[in-house]
Design a binder for this molecule. Structure first.
Ligand SMILES: *[C@@H]1O[C@H](CO)[C@@H](O)[C@H](O)[C@H]1NC(C)=O
Ligand SMILES: *[C@@H]1O[C@H](CO)[C@@H](O)[C@H](O)[C@H]1NC(C)=O
Ligand SMILES: *[C@@H]1O[C@H](CO)[C@@H](O)[C@H](O)[C@H]1NC(C)=O
Ligand SMILES: *[C@@H]1O[C@H](CO)[C@@H](O)[C@H](O)[C@H]1NC(C)=O
Ligand SMILES: *[C@@H]1O[C@H](CO)[C@@H](O)[C@H](O)[C@H]1NC(C)=O
Ligand SMILES: *[C@@H]1O[C@H](CO)[C@@H](O)[C@H](O)[C@H]1NC(C)=O
Length: 345
């Protein structure tokens, strides 16, 4: 009986002592974690403090046992971020950063003419390494440009081994009788390719037709091609309207369509006129008629003011309109003064 009471009593004592001596939730240390983590620990229970991934402490981890006193020992653990290797310099480029510590990111960019071989940012990892690896700025280059059909490279100088650098140019020419469409000068771009290549096409022009009252000469070939030429001429008394020589254009037609225009026969027998700024005798200057396009100015009288003025007339394909104000005097009417001898108005 007594022993039973004693056991109960001892049992109570034991409980009381254990219940009174527990340790509280352990202190929170920045960037550290506790295992196991609970709200209270019994005397003799163990905990381990260690730094979270990406952080380190000088002494490594700390192990503590809940003492009879119920008070955790002083914890001097200090976790600091891991530091990645220096990454503040990028040749031919720039780096933007705050620190090189976990978990920061640094940003990279390259100077013009260089491209980033790698990524434009890297993160300092838990292991204290850059991920992905740090990039480099490499010069932008273009491999030799492909040569379009019917073209030749007329100017090309590789500046980086067999390649060209950013902004270098190359110039194409088309084979004879081929016309270029697009820009013959290509430039090495920031993407390492060339700007759009030109196209060279064979161009044919129709045979030019003979003008009325004239003739046309062109090469005796099966076909007339880009830049081929044809020359025009007119029969007697006809004048060419347009250039003597025409060229087959890249559009497949001729640069012009010359024609032959008739000369003008003069209905006026005698007159003093202005021709190219000079006073000339119409009957002498234009013995064989006026040519298409010729222009003269006739003198007319202003009766009221007793003065003279001029009016222009032009020979257009066989026709000239003599100004109405012009009066031709009979050679017998010698007392009349010709308008060209009257003072100008
Ligand atoms: C890096 O670039 C990112 C995205 O543009 C930006 O949010 C970040 O602030 C930059 N970091 C630095 C250090 O400049
Ligand atoms: C880019 O960098 C990687 C690693 O440094 C290298 O192997 C590769 O040849 C580079 N590429 C170019 C196009 O420079
Ligand atoms: C240039 O190209 C030639 C022929 O393909 C090759 O033999 C040579 O090694 C190249 N040079 C360089 C610097 O790449
Ligand atoms: C052709 O391209 C070059 C640069 O690539 C430019 O300077 C030039 O003006 C261009 N020519 C024409 C006719 O567009
Ligand atoms: C060059 O490459 C860029 C980027 O890949 C592309 O957008 C562009 O169309 C290319 N230019 C030519 C002329 O192919
Ligand atoms: C040549 O043809 C083009 C397009 O068909 C036209 O615009 C141009 O005026 C023509 N040129 C001549 C001189 O006829």
């Amino acid at each position: 009986m007594v022993s039973a009471v004693l056991i109960l009593f001892l049992n109570f004592l034991c409980h009381a002592s254990v219940a009174g001596r527990t340790c509280p939730q352990p202190e929170d240390i920045p960037f550290a974690e506790v295992v196991p983590f609970k709200t209270f620990y019994l005397t003799g229970e163990q905990i381990v403090y260690s730094c979270k991934p990406g952080y380190v402490s000088r002494g490594g981890m700390r192990r503590f046992t809940c003492p009879l006193s119920g008070v955790w020992p002083i914890n001097t653990l200090k976790c600091t971020p891991r530091v990645c290797p220096f990454a503040g310099l990028l040749e031919n480029g720039a780096v933007r950063y705050t620190t090189f510590e976990y978990p920061n990111t640094v940003n990279f960019s390259c100077n013009p003419g260089f491209y980033l071989n790698g990524t434009n940012s890297a993160k300092c990892t838990e292991e204290g390494k850059w991920s992905p690896e740090l990039p480099v700025c490499a010069p932008i280059s273009c491999s030799p440009p492909p040569i379009p059909k019917f073209a030749t490279l007329s100017i090309y100088k590789p500046t980086a081994g067999n390649n060209s650098l950013y902004r270098d140019t190359a110039v194409f020419e088309c084979l004879p009788h081929h016309a270029m469409f697009g820009n013959g000068t290509v430039t090495c771009t920031a993407y390492g390719n060339w700007t759009a290549l030109p196209e060279c096409r064979e161009i044919k022009c129709p045979f030019p037709s003979r003008p009325d009252n004239g003739f046309v000469n062109y090469p005796a070939k099966q076909a007339l091609l880009y830049k081929d030429k044809a020359t025009y001429g007119c029969h007697d008394t006809y004048t060419l309207d347009g250039p003597e020589e025409i060229e087959c254009t890249k559009l497949g037609n001729w640069s012009a369509q010359p024609s032959c225009k008739a000369s003008c026969k003069l209905s006026v027998k005698k007159a003093t006129v202005l021709y190219q700024g000079e006073r000339v005798k119409l009957q002498e200057q234009f013995k064989n008629g006026m040519l298409h396009g010729d222009k003269v100015s006739f003198f007319c009288k202003n009766k009221e003011k007793k003065c003279s003025y001029t009016e222009e007339a032009q020979c257009i394909d066989g026709t000239i309109e003599i100004p109405k104000c012009f009066k031709e005097h009979s050679s017998l009417a010698f007392w009349k003064t010709d308008a060209s001898d009257v003072k100008p108005c």
